[in-house]
Design a binder for this molecule. Structure first.
Ligand SMILES: C[C@@H]1N[C@@H](c2nc3ccccc3[nH]2)[C@H](O)[C@@H]1O
Length: 448
C-alpha cells in the first residue's frame, strides 16, 4: 500500500450507534431550495436545459441578475411544520436540506457573508425552522453544504499562482467558519452532505479536507459525513490511493443505483434521486420522464436490498410549497410504507440469488426472517426462491394480512412460493420464515 497521511483512517464500516441508526433509515428526503427556485429554470422567456439549480452558470443569464434575486426571495407560504408533516407521512427517517448551494447564497443568517437569508425580504432563518420542525417529528436532519461557492471572490477552480493559494487559504478559513457556525447554531443535526468538491483546488487540499473532517467531528462527536468531502494526499476522491473509502458512507450514487451487491464494495452507501430525469431545484417545466411512485418504490426496495439508503429529492417552489406531483408521490410512497415499512426500516442485503420478481431484504435484528418485495408477478404465479446452502423455508405469508402461501420444494435447494391469483396491483411483501437445515440430504418435491 501507498503511505498516506490523508487517506482513509478507518477500514470497514463505522459501527457506532449514530451510524447504525443511519444504516437503518432506508428512506430519506432531499430538499433543494434557494434563489434558483425563483427562476425555476427559465429566464427572459427562454428555458435553461441544464439542472435548474445551475442556472447561474448559463451564459444567457448575467451573474449580476442572478446575484440580485435575493432581493425578491420572500416565501410567504413556507411552513416548516407542513414540510415535516408531509415527510413524516411519506415515511422518511432523515432529511438533507441545502444550506448553501454552488451559488453561495446562505439560507441561514451566517455572520461570514451578507449574502444570506437575513438580507432578503423574508429575513427569518429557514434552516433553523426546518431543523426544529423535522427534529420535532422524529426525522433526523442533515445539512447539505456546497464547498464550491461561485459568489465568494476567494473561490478558485484551480491553484495556479501564489495569489490563487492566498485567496484559497482565505476561502478554506471561510468554509470552516461557516460549518462550525452551523454546528453551533443547529446542534441537533446528525451530519453534513458535502458537494462541489470535484475541482483541482479542492483535490490539492487533501490535508485541509482531512483536518476539517476531524475538526467537525471533534466539535460534534458522532457526526456523519459521506465520501464526497475528502481528497487524499494525491487528490484522489471517495476512494484513496489504496482504494479505501474516505468517509462514513459512499456518497457517489447520484441519480444512479448500484446494479449488484459487488458494485457497493460492501460499504454503506446512499442513492440520491430526482423524480424528473435531472434537476434538483424547482423547475417550472420538468423535461423528460417523470418517475411514477411505483418506479420510486422499486428504487427504494432495490437500494435497501443492496444495503443502501434511498433519498428522494424535492424542489420547493419560491413560495415554499411543493408541486402537485411531489405531494402525490410523497403520499403514494407513504401509503405503501405504512403497510410495508417492516421490509425497509432496519433491513439489509440477503446473499441469496437475485430473482426476477423483485428484491430480498432481511431485518438486521432477526436472521430467520426474509422479506420478498415483489414487483413482477410471473404468469405462473410461482415465485422462485434459492436460499443459500442449508437454509430451509418453513413458512411463507403475505405481510399485509398474513395470508399463508404454499411452498413447493424443488430439487436442489430451490423453492416455489405460490401466489394466489388475486392480481395484486401494488408492489407487495411476502414474509419467509427460515430455519437452518440439518447437514443431511434434504427432501425433494415436498409440498408444505
Ligand atoms: C446533489 C446534486 N449535486 C449537484 C451536482 N453538481 C454537479 C456537477 C457535475 C456533475 C454532477 C453534479 N451534481 C446538483 O446540483 C445537486 O445539488
Amino acid at each position: 500500500t501507498i503511505p498516506l497521511l490523508h487517506g482513509a483512517h478507518r477500514i470497514g464500516k463505522r459501527m457506532d450507534v449514530d451510524m447504525n441508526r443511519w444504516r437503518g433509515y432506508g428512506l430519506g428526503q432531499f430538499i433543494h431550495w434557494g434563489l434558483y427556485s425563483i427562476l425555476g429554470g427559465d429566464y427572459n422567456g427562454k428555458h435553461y436545459n441544464g439542472a435548474a439549480e445551475w442556472i447561474r452558470s448559463w451564459n444567457q443569464l448575467p451573474n449580476a441578475v442572478y446575484d440580485s434575486l435575493y432581493k425578491q426571495f420572500n416565501p410567504k407560504d413556507f411552513n416548516a411544520d407542513k414540510w415535516a408533516a408531509m415527510a413524516k407521512q411519506m415515511g422518511v427517517k432523515y432529511v438533507t436540506i441545502t444550506t448553501k448551494h454552488h451559488d453561495g447564497f446562505c439560507l441561514w443568517p451566517s455572520k461570514y457573508t451578507s449574502y444570506n437569508i437575513s438580507n432578503t425580504p423574508y429575513k427569518k432563518d429557514i434552516i433553523k425552522q426546518i431543523v426544529d420542525a423535522y427534529t420535532k417529528v422524529g426525522i433526523d436532519v442533515y445539512l447539505y453544504f456546497s464547498v464550491m461557492d461561485w459568489h465568494n471572490p476567494d473561490w478558485r477552480y484551480d491553484l495556479k499562482s501564489a495569489s490563487d493559494t492566498i485567496a484559497f487559504n482565505k476561502f478554506k478559513k471561510f468554509t470552516q467558519s461557516q460549518l462550525e457556525e452551523q454546528l453551533r447554531m443547529y446542534p441537533q443535526i446528525k451530519g453534513f452532505w458535502f458537494d462541489g468538491t470535484w475541482d483541482n483546488s479542492w483535490k490539492k487540499s487533501g490535508a485541509f479536507s482531512d483536518s476539517l473532517d476531524q475538526d467537525l467531528k471533534r466539535i460534534h462527536p458522532g457526526l456523519i459525513i459521506g465520501s464526497r468531502l475528502r481528497a487524499d494526499d494525491y487528490g484522489k476522491r471517495h476512494f484513496d490511493s489504496n482504494g479505501r473509502l474516505m468517509g462514513d458512507y459512499e456518497q457517489g450514487w447520484e441519480r444512479t443505483i448500484p446494479e449488484t451487491f459487488a458494485d457497493t464494495h460492501g460499504n454503506d452507501w446512499e442513492c440520491d434521486m430526482t423524480i424528473p430525469e435531472n434537476g434538483w431545484g424547482y423547475a417550472k417545466q420538468w423535461m423528460g420522464h417523470w418517475k411514477t411512485s411505483d418506479e420510486l418504490i422499486e428504487m427504494l426496495a432495490k437500494c435497501v436490498s443492496l444495503d443502501g439508503n434511498f433519498v428522494l429529492n424535492f424542489g420547493p417552489k419560491p413560495n415554499g410549497t411543493f408541486r402537485q406531483k411531489e405531494v402525490a408521490d410523497a403520499k403514494a410512497i407513504g401509503d405503501w410504507m405504512k403497510i410495508n415499512n417492516t421490509a425497509i426500516y432496519n433491513c439489509a442485503h440477503v446473499n441469496w440469488e437475485k430473482q426476477d420478481w423483485g428484491y430480498f431484504t432481511t431485518p438486521t435484528s432477526q436472521d430467520d426472517k426474509v422479506y420478498m418485495i415483489v414487483f413482477n408477478v410471473p404468469v405462473s404465479g410461482a415465485l422462485r426462491v434459492l436460499p443459500t446452502k442449508n437454509i430451509l423455508l418453513k413458512k411463507a405469508y403475505l405481510l399485509d394480512g398474513d395470508k399463508q402461501l404454499s411452498i413447493e420444494k424443488l430439487d436442489g435447494s430451490a423453492y416455489f412460493v405460490h401466489l394466489p391469483n388475486e392480481g395484486q396491483k401494488q408492489p407487495f411483501v411476502v414474509v419467509l420464515e427460515t430455519e437452518k437445515g440439518k447437514n443431511g440430504k434434504q427432501d425433494i418435491n415436498k409440498h408444505i
